[in-house]
Design a protein around this ligand. Sequence first.
Ligand code: UD1
Ligand code: CA
Length: 471
Amino acid sequence: MSVAGVVLAAGHGTRMRSGVPKVLHTLAGRTMLDWVLAALTDAQIGRVVVVVAPGADDVRRSLPDGVRAVVQEQQRGTGDAAAVGLAALDDECDTALILCGDTPLLTGDVIAGLLDVHRSNGSLATLVSATLDDAGEYGRVVRDSAGALDCIVEARDAGPDELAIAEINAGLYAVHAASLRSALSGVGSSNAQGEVYLPDALPHLDGAVGIVAVDDPSIVLGVNTRVQLAASEAALQARLREELMLGGVTMVDPGRVYVEVDVGVGTDTVLWPGTQLMGDTQVGSGCHIGPDVVLHDSIVGDGASVVSANITDSDIGDSCVVGPYARLRPGSRLRAGAKVGTFVETKNADIGEGAKVPHLSYAGDVEIGEGSNIGAGNITANYDGFRKHRTTIGARVKTGSDCVFVAPVTVGDDAMTGAGSIITDDVPAGALGIARARQTIIEQFTERAAAKARAAAEQAKQGGSVARERE
Ligand code: UD1
Ligand code: CA
């Protein structure tokens, strides 16, 4: 049995009230459509066509190599969309899997399970159903007295008895492609939405339609509104967090941890509340991350501690300490055991093994050698108003508090800088660079100033009484 997938993704998505096509809305870092395509890949379905609306270039561009787009000229309903997809397959396969592009929680297992049943039951079509507490807008599965499929009734076309049915159509079907194509040609559009409904073709097929009822209703959740988008995101988050926890990650309060699909976390790492791991972020083992940490496309080694920090495109080595209240911008690299502390911002910074930038500093376009200690309130002045320049600080350097390094400038190994220095010239290895006005002492200043003030006050008083006498 050769199988191909047909993903219906040409609908208007009106209920999303969005300028973005519905299937390109993202959940856990992946578009809705990519979730569906990933489920097909997991089920080893290699041949896939996606039915798109005319002009949906962004949807087309989002498709991975090897997935074909085919245009449904007019959005006349799911039946019409399926017919367009099947026509594009042009007898390349005998079995087609038809899926909706707006059911991001589908898994490869559900698809494989559907195919297994479809292979063994000999039906021309097999669909997936689920039983929901609130069947809402889903199509209802109407069975006959023998329990076989009678028909699917859309909520908008249903009477009270049908609306009371809790078993819904998931919108996922395995079909004999040629038979469904010919059945669809006889389906009209006299219904509440004036559309050609795919499920209406099923009763026209010879023989019974198979039904696979899934236990976990979250798998078939469809997204028509932003409320349902949030519900599906919540279900995906629960799934991703569970995978991490079963893999050895501790979450003190799982509901307050957000993870995206490509994130990896090592064993015995603790994720505290308010942790968001996004994009291609990989965290090692034995780390403490959070509370309140956002990591985007970043790497954290083993045994690191990151608290209250916002980190993008950065690489944090083993046993590093970051935060609280740190901002690591792209290109920040902390080598093993380095520290970036409180109210510190880094960008394009290479911070050496065991080096520390503990407080109130900006380290941008800088290289800091191993074991160096940057005093409180240091700034690399990397921008002259036109171009960016680099600061190079050697190994085992100690800078005083409140120093400014006016780049380009180099401080040699084992050098020091005096507090409050504006370093504009290179400091050689082992030297002290100090660049500030010398302190002047004015002896008995306070006493003399007070005496002056007293004399002035006395004079003012006397001037006042002379004036009154003259009046
Ligand atoms: C559909 C089913 C419903 C099922 C539900 C499951 C029909 C008529 N109804 O309802 O029984 O319970 O899915 O989630 O099939 N699309 C096109 N072209 C069109 C119309 C739709 O490609 O002309 C695509 C949409 O982009 C979407 C999918 O088909 O990805 C489903 O369409 P949608 O309008 O969301 O159907 P539902 O009302 O959710
Ligand atoms: Ca839908």
